[in-house]
Design a protein around this ligand. Sequence first.
Ligand code: ZN
Ligand code: ZN
Length: 300
Amino acid sequence: MSVQKIVLFYVFAPLADPEAVRLWQYTLAESCNLKGRVIISKDGINATLGGDIKDVKRYVKNTRSYEPFRTADIKWSDGLGDDFPRLSVKVRPELVTFTTPNEVHVDANGVVGGGERLKPAQLHELMDARGEDVVFFDGRNAMEAEIGRFRNAVIPNTDTTRDFIEEIESGKYDDLKDKPVVTYCTGGVRCEVLTVLMKNRGFQEVYQLDGGIVRYGEAYGNDGYWDGSLYVFDKRMHMEFGAGAESLGSCIECGERTPKFVNCVHPSCRSQFLRCEDCTAAGKHPECPECMEQSALANS
Ligand SMILES: [Zn+2]
Ligand SMILES: [Zn+2]
């Protein structure tokens, strides 16, 4: 039985020729039989790929042989096999689509002017010193936080990363502008940009969790400030940091606790929602709430 692995990494570094990097990355990943998603921009690379452990190692070694990607912090986790439907390698204006391609500047050391990076242990030092004041700020889509989040975190109302600008400019979070705010996301890439955008909009003391929830979970499991499951963008849909993780989300049908997101039955609908395995097996609640409402209107 082959061992399946998934890697997640990003590097912010100026790339003179993103299209050439795209071609090289596509050829490399394909020759290693990997599937998953790679985004290249003028500012670097953001990737999540899965395959057989030997192939993934070969891919990682080759990727690191390119000077700008030499220091890539590669996060490994166990895959199930066929974790991604296909291989996609694209050039985009931004590594993460905040719709602010000209606001963020990247040099050889990475993003310029982002929030101070806190390693998991440094986060605990900050919490020990100023825990009363520290506010966690979720840098992901609100849906991801339904099954896991940092304790008492602020969860912005975001369907996609595009929604962050409107959120942080809305005035809703102005009371956080003079507080220590720690942003976090899956592997750290979204916070690299988000912390710049927040600082530019008057948030005075912004930190970012270095290595994201993934590295924090590896360090502290379920014994720190993280509660629940981590949403992931592959077939697994969620992962836990050891046994005994608290379950925060509940089934849309029966209310049982579950970390299982499922797709709406309509192929044209991209919505995902929580439904427990029993209700899924019983064929209950096939549609997302929005489609259900539409169907009800159509039938009335
Ligand atoms: Zn259920
Ligand atoms: Zn739907």
